[in-house]
Design a protein around this ligand. Structure first.
Ligand SMILES: Nc1ncnc2c1ncn2[C@@H]1O[C@H](COP(=O)(O)OP(=O)(O)O)[C@@H](O)[C@H]1O
Ligand SMILES: Cc1ncc(C[n+]2csc(CCOP(=O)(O)OP(=O)(O)O)c2C)c(N)n1
Ligand SMILES: [Mg+2]
Length: 318
């Protein structure tokens, strides 16, 4: 059984004290939080569910990793716009039978990541859930007016880039399904992914990216969002996609999901660094005028690339 609603909110309030943040006039404790965004900036707002047995399993994921991954989902969206996070809000529904120890672990993970990126938890809601933990994270961010990097800016001829190494997160899930016990040590990118906020900001500041998205559903599906919004197509070079070997390596990289890396397009003349903050930045393809997506293999053979990443309502499959 968790603490009472009142006691729980008091505990969160104590732990999440947002006094030291200049953008927060009023944090936890009133009807609304009062925010004071930097002058000349626009607000970014994103919200994402984190649901038991959809996004995590209590028997697979330590509470700390669940809290961390919950906040990462929002921070990664802010990164994908080239923005800086301002404040986070958490709506949390807990089943009556959950131990307070689990709840404390969840906040350990969430607040450690919030601290690392200096994002105050400035409000939220608590309710009893009829079944399973349900967390909805909302993150507000800011970006200089008119400078957000949209999904819609891709142009034919642009080069397609991705940060990091893909497919590691889904590989950990597959290991769980096979009865193995992957750990944060063996697969940190699954349990404790770091959001690519600094990279997103640098790409915006240096005007390098023309379009950007974070990889939550999987490269094939998230690339289709860039293509749809930009009104373009794309060719991906299979041999360039950064993944760790293994028979399913490429499949995991293309369709796995929850990589929380950045996928972006850039003008071919843009000087995109090969590495940013120790994270590799790899050219994996190009944007073309013709709508659709194609995968080119090492012999130059081209096949249709379909969006086969994560989709809710398609039944559990990965
Ligand atoms: N229930 C909803 N009501 C309104 N807008 C929604 C809803 N669900 C998703 N959206 C919007 O649809 C767009 C795509 O959502 P989604 O694919 O979940 O993005 P992401 O992968 O960044 O979370 C976003 O602009 C999101 O805000
Ligand atoms: C128990 C469990 N099963 C499956 C997955 C895999 N999974 C769940 S949701 C998802 C995709 C991302 O989630 P979504 O809610 O679509 O995020 P969004 O695109 O809205 O950011 C993946 C790969 C998981 N993380 N945990
Ligand atoms: Mg979403």
């Amino acid at each position: 059984m968790p603490l009472s609603e009142r006691a729980l909110i008091e505990r969160i309030r104590r732990r999440a004290s947002s006094r030291k943040f200049s953008a927060i006039t009023r944090g936890i404790g009133d009807d609304c939080a009062v925010l004071d965004p930097p002058p000349g900036h626009e607000l970014l707002v994103t919200t994402d569910f984190c649901l038991e047995n959809v996004h995590f399993r209590r028997e697979w994921h330590p509470a700390k990793a669940v809290g961390h991954r919950c906040l990462v989902r929002g921070l990664s969206d802010i990164a994908a716009m080239g923005g800086d996070p301002l404040a986070a809000f958490l709506s949390l529904a807990l089943p009556a039978e959950i131990p307070q120890k689990w709840v404390d672990g969840f906040f350990d993970g969430l607040l450690a990541l919030a601290e690392r990126w200096k994002v105050p938890l400035a409000g939220g809601d608590i309710a009893q859930s009829p079944q399973g933990v349900m967390a909805d994270i909302m993150v507000l961010g800011s970006v200089p007016r008119g400078k957000a990097i949209l999904r819609s800016g891709g142009k034919p001829g642009d080069v397609l880039y991705v940060t990091g190494t893909l497919g590691l997160s889904v590989a950990a899930l597959q290991a769980f399904r096979a009865g193995k016990k992957p750990t944060a040590k063996s697969t940190p990118r699954h349990f404790f992914p770091d959001p690519r906020i600094d990279i997103g900001r640098l790409l915006r500041e240096r005007k390098l990216a023309t379009a950007m998205i974070d990889l939550s559903d999987g490269l094939s599906t998230d690339l289709s969002h860039i293509c749809d919004e930009s009104g373009v197509g794309a060719v991906v070079y299979a041999t360039s996609v950064p993944y760790v070997g293994g028979e399913n390596g490429l499949e995991f990289a293309l369709n796995g999901g929850e990589d929380y890396e950045l996928l972006f397009t850039a003008n071919p003349r843009a000087r995109v660094p090969k590495e940013i903050d120790g994270v590799p930045v790899t050219a994996i393809g190009e944007i073309v005028q013709r709508r659709g997506m194609w995968l080119e293999d090492k012999r130059g053979k081209v096949a249709k690339l379909r969006p086969r990443g994560w989709e809710h309502f398609r039944g559990e499959k990965k």
